[in-house]
Design a protein around this ligand. Structure first.
Ligand code: 0RA
Length: 648
């Protein structure tokens, strides 16, 4: 390679026009960082790490790198090391600079050397090493090639000295090591989140079979290190995603191939749940908005299963075709394509537009799947039978929905019999308590403030919507009662302007059963009316755990710690009478009002959700309460954590 002829002389010349252009380019990155990395928030900060790692992943995709190590250093700098061929150090003729210097100082130069191959750095912000360099207080690169070690340092994108040889390295050893300190005058906060990096690097390791990625955190006294290495690649990814479910069959159906210049890799397996988990990747970049590769995938699945079902009489002539949704019920799938010039479309530029990806995925998967089903009739039967059940449930649900729709159009939907509605008709003033159990419901009804508080008692545990098909869900009396009381409708009928209450308050016992019931209700709301949570209308009521009576005075404690501190204050002697509440039912109406329902004194936890974490449901709770704030804050924070960790 001609770039390889080392020639450092040129670096000693004065800056020419090319170099001035370089500086202007990087200056533009520093002026408008958002244009290059999306944002300067935590998200943008982590993006800097991915940019550098992705360059090493490209080297792995070219078959030249087996290990990547990412280290979070004590000074908040990050080191990314690989055992690839090392970035070339020879002079690049066009720029008149060593190739490595071009990579780090010329905008959009990333990936243009060495020629060909599928670059990871082709995605949304695939802008490469120069952008990271521009946004770093300093960056150092060390390259091991031809038995020598080369080094160069940049500060805020500016080259500090010509590339220099700093020593020798072991015979045959090659690689690249980049260390950078993100510039805290540009990034909002330079503080990396280990879990965020962990999730993304694990994903990258799944997508690049055989590659070992090590993540090491040296910022604390005790360093933490994780290794991700999957010989099975996306097959192991599917296994990982299905880890908390029961797969319907043992195999992970897998295909890999090339068609029309598109590399395709697909792994699928059904589990016993009712939700679909399909993740698409283009050049290792997640495409949450889908695109042509997903269209091709769906097409192949729908067509192949219907054809197989007809041919083998698993679908009767009198039965309609299975819909794609029915076949994909409980399906976990990874569709990974690599393409040289990906076109991203849509509002957020995350949707793959290349139609050759559709045909490549469709044709490869169709022929592989057809063959697999012929050879594994038992698996084919399991999937088709499950799809037929899904189809029937969907049809029953549609009829039930039609019926309620017609009913509401004709006669106005009547409110559930068990609901004690409030008298105020302005939703802004109104709240509804969903109460566990009839007896607590009774107390709540007499305790409430009639004008603004409605009570809906529910009997026992409500249906777990994660474990039931639509027809059962729509047929469930407790769920129907909630839907009609709220007034908004669900799914495609959902209309938040019809919400009848500003606050939906879930009130359950302060024990494990109560927490479980609250969780089931939140699951229902999350799946069917997520907008209610997103817009902050959903709350958890917080009943007390203890009542303390002493010399005719009464205190309520919401935690053991709070009880302790009250006892410390009033004195620990025989005039104390302490009652531990086992459930809401033990409180009379007045006590329930004072402790849990009076807007002036009660504690409410507002339920919110984290939009960033897509593959894991994450409900978090923020607090909202009456006057007595201080003594309880600590406990509430503790409790909120507990609630968050419940297995939803
Ligand atoms: C261009 C060409 C060659 C390797 C690389 C780039 C390369 C880039 C990075 C970025 C991080 N780690 C890297 N490792 C390698 C191949 C040069 C040759 O043929 O030896």
């Amino acid at each position: 390679m001609s770039q390889e002829e080392l020639n450092f002389e040129i670096d000693n010349k004065e800056y020419g026009a090319d170099q001035i252009q370089i500086l202007e380019g990087l200056e533009a990155v520093r002026k408008r960082p958002g244009m290059y990395i999306g944002s300067t928030s935590a998200r943008g900060l982590h993006h800097l790490v991915y940019e550098i790692v992705d360059n090493s992943v490209d080297e792995a995709l070219a078959g030249a790198c087996k290990n990547i190590k990412v280290t979070l250093n004590k000074d908040n700098s990050v080191t990314v090391e690989d055992d690839g061929r090392g970035i070339p150090v020879g002079i690049n003729q066009k720029a008149g600079l060593p190739a490595v210097e071009v990579v780090f100082t010329v905008l959009h130069a990333g990936g243009k050397f060495g020629g060909g191959g599928y670059k990871v750095s082709g995605g949304l912000h695939g802008v490469g090493a120069s952008v990271v360099n521009a946004l770093s207080e300093w960056l150092e690169v060390e390259i091991c090639r031809d038995g020598k070690v080369y080094k160069q340092r940049y500060e805020r994108g500016k080259t500090m000295y010509p590339l220099k040889e700093i020593g020798t390295c072991e015979e045959g050893k090659t690689g690249t090591k980049v260390t950078f300190l993100a510039d805290d005058t540009i990034m909002e906060e330079v503080n990396y989140d280990f879990d965020t990096l962990k999730t993304r690097l694990r994903e990258t390791a799944f997508l690049t079979k055989g590659l070992r990625i090590i993540l090491r955190d040296e910022r604390k006294e005790e360093p933490v290190e994780k290794t991700y290495h999957y010989e099975g690649g996306i097959k192991e990814f599917v296994q990982y995603l299905n880890r908390s479910t029961t797969p319907l069959y043992d195999d992970i159906i897998y295909c890999e191939g090339e068609s029309n210049g598109v590399l395709v890799e697909i792994a699928i397996q059904h589990n016993d749940s009712y939700t679909e988990n399909t993740y698409g990747f283009v050049n290792n970049i997640n495409t949450p908005e889908g695109g042509m590769h997903i269209v091709g995938f769906r097409n192949a699945i729908t067509k192949t299963f219907n054809e197989y079902g007809r041919k083998n009489k698993l679908l009767k002539d009198s039965e309609p075709n299975l819909s794609g949704e029915d076949i994909r019920e409980g399906l976990t799938a990874i569709i990974s394509v690599k393409i040289e010039e990906p076109q991203f479309e849509g509002q957020t530029k995350q949707k793959l537009g290349n139609s050759e990806a559709r045909t490549a995925v469709d044709s490869l998967l169709s022929s592989k799947l057809e063959l697999y089903l012929e050879q594994n009739p038992a698996v084919a039967k399991i999937i088709i039978e499950k799809s037929v059940l899904s189809q029937r449930a969907r049809e029953a649900a549609r009829k039930a929905r039609e019926l309620t729709r017609r009913k509401s159009a004709l006669e106005g939907l009547s409110l559930p019999g068990k609901l004690a509605d409030c008298t105020d008709k302005d939703p802004k003033n109104c709240e509804i308590y969903i109460v566990e159990g009839d007896s607590a419901g009774g107390s709540a009804k007499s305790a409430r403030s009639r004008a603004t508080q409605a009570i809906l008692p529910l009997r026992g545990k409500i249906l777990n919507v994660e474990k039931a098909r639509l027809d059962r869900i729509y047929g469930n009396a407790e769920i129907k009662a909630m839907i009609t009381a709220f007034g908004t409708g669900i799914h495609e009928d959902f209309d938040i302007s019809k919400l009848r209450y500003d606050k939906i308050i879930i009130m359950t016992d302060a024990d494990v059963d109560g927490a479980h019931i609250a969780t089931l209700m939140l699951t229902f709301l999350y799946r069917f009316m997520p907008e209610l949570i997103r817009q902050g209308h959903v709350y958890l009521a917080k009943p007390p755990l203890y009542k303390l009576e002493r010399n005719k005075k009464v205190w309520y404690a919401y935690s053991d710690a709070e009880l302790d501190s009250i006892l410390d204050e009033v004195g620990r002697d025989s005039s104390n009478r302490i009652q531990r509440y086992k459930g809401l039912g033990e409180m009379d109406a007045e006590q329930l009002w004072e402790t849990t329902m009076d807007p002036e004194r009660r504690i409410l936890l507002r339920v919110t959700m984290d939009e960033e974490t897509k593959s894991e449901i994450d409900l978090t709770f923020t607090t909202l309460m009456g006057d007595k704030v201080e003594p309880r804050r600590e406990f509430i924070e503790e409790r909120a954590k507990d609630v968050k960790n419940l297995d939803i």
